[in-house]
Design a protein around this ligand. Structure first.
Ligand SMILES: Cc1ncc(COP(=O)(O)O)c(C=O)c1O
Length: 427
């Protein structure tokens, strides 16, 4: 069968960004049967025993309760499972001094779907044919935003400015407010904080400034908080979630051990939440309720916040420390390498300035020494302009053992040294 596809059908049956690289990685792993690879490509969190135990305990409680039948044997509200919505409202009202009601909260099947609803409810063509843009204020950002727009021409990303500490071999991206344009043609703004792929955390002031630029046009700003506090609390630097006005605070339970249950949460103005809820009703009626029921228990008991702070954060922060200290010890001092400041998430982002080959070629050479990372150029969805920096970065996932991360960085340092050396010989 080879059915004719619509424009949307053709586009949505294409893999974008990192998913396309994953295909190459899977084929590499298959073809190299017997060869040991250190695979630091995935964004899949590791299974931490304490976290798994928490979900086992919550499941046991649910199974033993009279609630079980209601959870799995009945349809429910499109907005999400009421006990989970109540648990979030109670917790966030207390924790952040908010005044949320159930009408400010929507639960979705994973947060990826939330960006799909928003990108297409607020971005794309209006009834009068005007194109509303989906603005990513700081590129690089999460590749998944590239796949959620039914009208890809709506996606616009902006180059950041770079804060470079040359002696320390560190750098940090900042939004370039001199370029960022949010106007009546903007449909919505999306950013991740902490960021996948870079671990960057925009300051509270930067987020408020972006929201203030969008507010006069009634443009929603989705702050993707998949790694933010209070859970999974994968911030290694101080940050406060920002609520209110045109901000839709978006969360995910994937990094607190429930990626398989697909739970995303949006908190925002009730009119915005209503639009997204209707989109969801049309698409899938409502998300699965089993994961929501166990999440409600873990939030009400306080265990989810506690385990995030005491187990999940320190686990990944320690991985980042191993990665950066190995690079500091093994990368040649005279090479222009810069590690993005590790402010959060489960990745490290390495910039090899003036890299004599492309990021894709560097990725291939690393595979030759048994190390798999992700070429950085896949993380610039919506950034049309040419920028050599796009081909000079790598995303390294912190999801290996301590030994794997150290060994992989030693091998990477060697490959980098050879690559720059070969280029200087041939000049
Ligand atoms: C920044 C960011 N946003 C959203 C997602 C999607 O998460 P999920 O759909 O599992 O909630 C991910 C997944 O890795 C992510 O890194």
């Amino acid at each position: 069968m080879n059915p004719a596809l619509t424009k949307i059908g053709a586009q949505m049956s294409n893999l974008t960004g990192v998913r396309a690289i994953m295909k190459d990685i899977i084929e590499t792993l298959r073809a190299g049967a017997g060869q040991q690879f250190i695979n630091l490509s995935a964004g899949n969190p590791l299974i931490l025993p304490e976290v798994e135990q928490l979900w086992r305990d919550c499941t046991a409680e649910l199974l033993a309760s009279s609630e079980y039948g209601e959870v799995v044997c009945r349809y429910g509200s499109s907005q999400g499972y009421a006990p989970l919505i109540e648990a979030i409202a109670d917790d966030f009202n207390k924790r952040y001094g908010l005044n949320l009601s159930d009408r400010n909260i929507l639960v979705t099947p994973g947060s990826q779907s939330l960006y799909f609803y928003a990108a297409n409810a607020f971005g794309g063509y209006t009834n009068s044919g005007e194109l509303k843009q989906i603005v990513l204020p700081l590129s690089p950002d999460y590749t998944g935003y590239g796949g959620v727009c039914l009208f890809p021409e709506a996606l616009i990303a902006y180059k950041p400015t770079l804060d470079i500490d040359a002696t320390a071999h560190r750098f940090k991206y900042r939004p370039d407010f001199s370029q960022l344009s949010i106007t009546e043609s903007t449909g919505c703004v999306i950013l991740s904080r902490p960021s996948n792929p870079t671990g960057n955390v925009l300051s509270d002031e930067e987020v408020k400034k972006i929201a203030a630029l969008a507010a006069p046009y009634d443009v929603p700003v989705l702050v993707d908080s998949a790694y933010a506090p209070p859970f999974p609390a994968l911030n290694f630097t101080e940050m406060m979630p920002v609520f209110g006005g045109n901000i839709i605070h978006c969360m995910s339970l994937s990094k607190v051990g429930l990626p398989g249950e697909r739970i995303g949460i949006a908190i925002g103005d009730e009119n915005l939440i209503h639009v997204l809820e209707c989109f969801q009703t049309n698409l899938c009626i409502h998300p699965s309720r089993y994961g929501q029921a166990i999440a409600a228990r873990a939030i009400n008991s306080g265990a989810l916040v506690e385990i995030s702070k005491t187990v999940i954060r320190s686990f990944y922060q320690n991985k980042f420390t191993i990665l950066e200290s190995t690079l500091d010890a093994t990368m040649p001092k005279d090479l222009p390498w810069f590690l993005h400041r590790g402010e959060g998430a489960i990745f490290a982002w390495l910039w090899l300035q003036d890299l004599p080959i492309t990021d894709w070629e560097f990725y291939q050479q690393l595979k030759q020494v048994g190390v798999i990372v992700v070429p950085g150029s896949t993380f610039f969805p919506g950034l049309q302009e040419e920028w050599q920096h796009k081909q000079q970065c790598l995303r390294i996932s912190l999801t290996g053992t301590d030994e794997e991360i150290a060994t992989a960085m030693q091998r990477l340092a060697k490959v980098a040294e050879e690559v720059y050396q070969r280029a200087s010989v041939s000049v």
